[in-house]
Ligand binder design. Structure first.
Ligand SMILES: [Zn+2]
Length: 273
């Protein structure tokens, strides 16, 4: 069953979207709308619901925070229905044109990624609407092309998928932990009140939670390096740091979303230093 819920954060509106097979959806994602600007377009499965939500809005422009299908999934229907520019980082505009990796759970809950050539590379450092000015801050790690939008006067930080939760239990294959830590440090230094995370918007105490995530990832990173230097394999390291693999998720995702990917990300980051 398709599930949507409308939210309001001051003048910012959001549509929360998800698919539930046995009750409420286990994962959901928000698209945000503020002053003619749509930030992210939701997953392919929820295209009709997103268009319905946008129906009476004076949409002027769209910004895609990163190429993952739960953010870029409805670029094509939006571009068919509205004559507005759709922007993303250079990396995003390129990645959405090619084959994006997916897995069974992603297909079930978000839908099959749709390729599109309709995301324009936006190379300026800020994006304006009639009332607001958003600084565009590259925050790679979860995805290489990920960008945050920061409205300094209002204290709004649209953080894409950089936060999600202070404790992360699994990574996708291509994530970088070193970059995530660096990006989170960039974000925590900003003066914001609202942390508009696409999977978990936070209205109070966002900075404390970001710092908790930094602390968690730094400790995790340090432990993995320690055991890696002792010559342990990724599976042995996972055991040594007391983390259990999420086997069901591991098998269903074909190894795309699992705990071992966090260990492998650290080893890769260390090799790329
Ligand atoms: Zn993502």
């Amino acid at each position: 069953m398709h599930y949507t819920k409308r939210h309001q954060f001051g003048p910012i509106e959001s549509l929360q979207m998800g698919v539930g097979y046995f009750g409420p959806p286990p994962v959901s994602v928000h698209s945000f709308y503020i002053d003619g600007l749509l930030i992210d377009t939701g997953p392919p499965k929820l295209g009709n619901e997103l268009l319905q939500w946008l129906d009476k809005k004076a949409l002027q422009q769209v910004f895609i925070t990163h190429h993952h299908e739960d953010h870029s999934g409805n670029v094509n229907p939006i571009s068919s229905q509205f004559d507005v520019p759709i922007y993303g980082s250079l990396g995003c505009s390129e990645l959405v044109q090619g084959k994006v990796g997916t897995s069974l759970p992603q297909k079930l809950f978000w839908g099959t990624p749709v390729f599109t050539d309709r995301v324009m590379a936006y190379n300026k450092t800020a994006l304006s609407t009639a009332k607001y000015n958003f600084e565009l801050i590259p925050i790679p790690g979860h995805a290489e092309d990920q960008v945050a939008l920061f409205e300094a006067n209002q204290g709004w930080l649209f953080s894409a998928d950089a936060f999600v939760s202070p404790q992360i239990k699994y990574f996708m294959k291509k994530e970088s932990m070193a970059q995530q830590i660096e990006s989170l440090k960039k974000m925590v230094a900003l003066d914001f009140d609202l942390l508009l995370c696409c999977h978990n918007p936070i209205t109070k105490g966002g900075r404390v939670l970001l710092q908790q995530k930094i602390d968690h990832l730094e400790a995790y990173y340090g432990s993995v390096v320690y055991y890696h230097q002792k010559g342990q394999s990724p599976r042995q390291i996972l055991k040594s740091i007391g983390v259990k693999e999420r086997w069901l998720q591991y098998f269903f995702s074909g190894g795309n979303m699992c705990a071992i990917n966090m260990v492998k990300a650290v080893i890769r980051d260390e090799q790329n230093r």
